[in-house]
Design a protein around this ligand. Structure first.
Ligand SMILES: *Cc1c(COP(=O)(O)O)cnc(C)c1O
Ligand SMILES: [Zn+2]
Length: 391
């Protein structure tokens, strides 16, 4: 069987919904919906060792992805990114097992390709005819590319000061680009309104169930790349939180399948000083976050003042023994240079923020020398060349 998806489930009350019709948030609680799979059946029918022989992209894990007919998959080869053991950085920080998962090698240069690839493919399977997308930047570029690939139109809504690369890649791939005088949250409101009016499908973060499924494949790849082991710590630059939520879900499914043993990694959410709603809520012991006012950072992927799935992110950080940390823009840009020059990975500011976060963890004694630590590099420096000086 290509996919073992069985249904959708409300993240709050666990009410079940069918997966074979177009869905956004749960009707019962107006919260995040998660895709569920028949893991008992999968466990009986598939051996995890088949994955090594399949093509190296995220669709190698089709059994744990939502598309039921391979003919509906819209792909640009997303996923299958390298897990690089660090050389200089590991030595410098006295860590024996420090890795970078380099998502900068994805189509359109960021890991947004995974989530959007999954969501556009499932929407394609369900007969959606066109999309809207609010984005701080990189998601718009990815949607524009996948919409082009699927042959469907897309209208993207971006803050006016979104990076030039994101505007240009949207135009290049034929999206209708709308610049919004405001933040991602304002873009989100307009996007959902236009979707309603024009019968298009709104692909906002976690307001549809499948972007998290695409990002989940990072966990499946990490486990496979580590020899079917779960890492100890994942340091993740957190905006809307799809990556943390997806990876946590992926590790849970692997644990339930018995394909890995042990426990979830400690998830560390790193945010920008100028937009840190999750850090504030975590430190205050709150279950949800407050809208961050005047959100500002050069790391556009982290400029999400009111993450819709805040309650899921906070729960994961607490349950796994993780934490939430903030870093300054200057620290991020300095770390871009440090990682790029130490390791040769041309890293985006969001990815670079993980190194700054890791140093804070080490200062507090929260990571030990032999633990397996993953810095999740979510994108390429090529999308942020304006942050790199020519001298
Ligand atoms: C979107 C984005 C993030 C944040 O990802 P979430 O999963 O929404 O938290 C981080 N880095 C980059 C480069 C991004 O584009
Ligand atoms: Zn519910």
């Amino acid at each position: 069987m290509y996919s073992y998806i069985s249904h959708l489930e409300c993240s709050v009350c666990e009410k079940e919904f069918p997966h074979d019709q177009i869905s956004s948030i749960s009707e019962c609680c107006a919260k995040v919906l998660f895709a569920r799979y028949d893991l008992q059946k999968l466990k009986k029918e598939v051996d995890k060792n088949v994955y090594a022989s399949r093509e190296s992209n995220m669709w190698r894990f089709s059994e744990l992805l939502p598309v039921t007919d391979p003919a509906n998959v819209v792909t640009l080869g997303e996923g299958g990114t390298p897990l690089l053991r660090t050389t200089d950085l590991g030595k410098k920080l006295n860590l024996n097992n420090l890795y970078i998962k380099d998502e900068g090698l994805n189509p359109t240069g960021t890991f947004k390709a995974r989530g959007i690839g999954a969501a556009v493919s499932k929407a394609n399977e369900l007969g959606v005819k066109g999309f809207t997308m609010p984005s701080a930047g990189n998601a718009a570029g990815a949607v524009a590319a996948y919409a082009a690939r699927s042959g469907h139109p897309v209208k993207v809504y971006m803050p006016q000061d979104a990076p030039s690369a994101n505007k240009k890649e949207s135009l290049l791939t034929g999206a209708e680009l709308n610049l919004v005088d405001g933040l991602i949250s304002d873009a989100g409101r307009i996007s959902s309104q236009v979707a309603k009016e024009e019968n298009l499908f709104d692909l906002s973060t976690l307001k549809e169930p499948y972007r998290a499924e695409g990002k989940k494949t990072m966990a499946l790849e990490l486990a496979q790349q580590l020899g079917w082991k779960i890492p100890d710590v994942i340091v993740y630059p957190t905006g809307g939180g799809t990556g943390i939520i997806g990876m946590h879900k992926g590790f849970n499914e692997l644990l339930e399948l018995g394909w890995v043993t042990g426990k979830q990694p400690r998830f560390i959410a790193v945010q920008a000083e100028g937009c840190q709603p999750i850090v504030k809520a975590f430190n205050e012991g709150a279950d949800s976050s407050e809208m961050w006012t005047n959100a500002a950072t050069v790391a556009d992927g982290l400029r999400v003042p009111g993450p819709f799935a805040d309650y899921v992110i906070l729960k994961i950080l607490r349950e796994t023994g993780g934490t939430a940390l903030s870093v300054t823009d200057k620290e991020m840009v300095d770390a871009m240079y440090e990682i790029s020059s130490d390791e040769g990975v041309v890293i985006c500011p969001e990815g670079a923020a993980t190194l700054v976060g890791l140093r804070q963890l080490l200062d507090k004694g929260l990571v030990s020398q032999d633990e397996t630590v993953i810095l999740l590099n979510t994108g390429s420096a090529y999308k942020y060349l304006e942050l790199v000086s020519e001298k």
